[in-house]
Design a protein around this ligand. Structure first.
Ligand code: AMP
Length: 210
């Protein structure tokens, strides 16, 4: 099954992608994670992407489209995949179509902007393994230390309040039109994000069965 998870930054796409990934045994592909890895490794691609990402802007279409093309050609994608954070613009969706990628379902995770602000400003991630925490909703056992690997948990640069506002604006301007794009193909299913992650997961899995 080829799936897309749509939704604002902080809507919980990454968490849902992980669950679907283990339930359906298909890889979850996050362009954000691929870009962050490139930054960590100090590659030319990473250096270029960093300026956009730190400012809450989108990395240019051409760059992310090439990244995705390469990732989708890997063996583990041949039986399906979940895209988390791609496409984010109409030209990116058109590029997927042009690649001949057939999408089975697009799950749109809906969460109000105020909730997103709360979620992202309290988010902390492990520098080493990428595990995600929240100061109020899901604190690590020892503040600043990852439960899973003992690495340091930090606030992502783009999770600072001003940058979150910018990312939400970018989402409404450039990514939200994709709802229409996929609604027209009959592939869009809307899931209302719930307070409890498990409740959102139940709705997401149900939406995939329908
Ligand atoms: P994410 O982890 O999905 O929230 O992505 C973090 C940042 O990476 C975004 O704010 C963008 O700057 C960049 N990014 C990730 N995916 C894309 C994409 N499909 N198109 C453009 N920029 C992206």
């Amino acid at each position: 099954m080829n799936l897309i998870l749509l939704g604002a930054p902080g809507a919980g796409k990454g968490t849902q992608a992980e669950v679907i990934c283990s339930t359906l045994n298909i890889p979850a592909i996050s362009t954000g994670n691929i870009l962050r890895e490139a930054i960590k490794n100090g590659t030319a691609l990473g250096m270029e992407a960093k300026t956009y990402m730190d400012g809450g802007k989108l990395v240019p279409d051409e760059i992310v489209i090439n990244i995705l093309k390469e990732r989708l050609s890997a063996d583990d994608c041949q039986n399906g995949f979940i895209l988390d954070g791609f496409p984010r613009t109409v030209p990116q969706a058109e590029a997927l179509d042009k690649m001949g990628v057939v999408i089975d379902k697009v799950v749109d995770l809906e969460v109000a902007d105020e909730k997103i602000m709360q979620r992202l400003s309290g988010r902390r991630v492990c520098e080493s393994c990428g595990a995600s925490y929240h100061l109020d909703y899901k604190p690590s056992k020892v503040e600043g230390v990852c439960d899973k690997c003992g690495g340091k948990t930090v606030q992502r640069k783009d999770d600072h309040p001003d940058t979150i506002k910018e990312r939400l604006q970018v989402y409404h301007d450039q990514t939200e039109p994709l709802k229409d794009y996929y609604h027209r193909t009959g592939k869009l299913v809307v899931v209302e994000g719930q307070e409890e992650v498990a409740d959102t997961t139940a709705l997401t899995l149900k939406a995939l069965e329908a």
